[in-house]
Write a protein that binds this ligand. Sequence first.
Ligand SMILES: [Zn+2]
Length: 185
Amino acid sequence: MKTDFSNEEFLFKRKDNFLGYNFCPRCAQKLRQEKLDGRARLKCINPECDFIYYHNPITAAGAVVIKDNKILLVKRAVAPKIGWWCIPGGFMEWDEHPSQTAVRELREETGLEVKLSSFFEVYSGNDDPRVNAILILYLATEIGGQLSADDDAMDAKYFGFDKIPKEIAFKSNIQAIADYKERYL
Ligand SMILES: [Zn+2]
């Protein structure tokens, strides 16, 4: 069965129902919902197996890159919200520090090498139908490379804060743009 990534209702339901997981990834027996630590969790039914699925948010990192008082945004080429704009960033790899994730994602999505100047803010989002995400954002400036959309982005552009596109993909991104305006403009 092929997942229809345009069916957001299905994706949100699956996400909130333990991502739709049914079987233990360690021993392949069934997972059963139990109350553990006062919360509903999925536990493997195999008494020999210690697997518990902890339904935790996934960490993402990115950067608010500013040039001539404009902010760098990328147009999404992958679901969800294809064609909508967002702050460049992405999910952390296992062995990365979030600052490394931000620099890597900027390179992959925009072709730019950036220097992070400081931590900006952390956001908790539940409006992505795939996962709940914790988004760590840095402030950054470009130090090299050439602006060209790639990877998960179909376009990458700087926008004046009075010309931000209406279609911004996630609440965390809308809030981050508002926070930047309030703090620096
Ligand atoms: Zn198991």
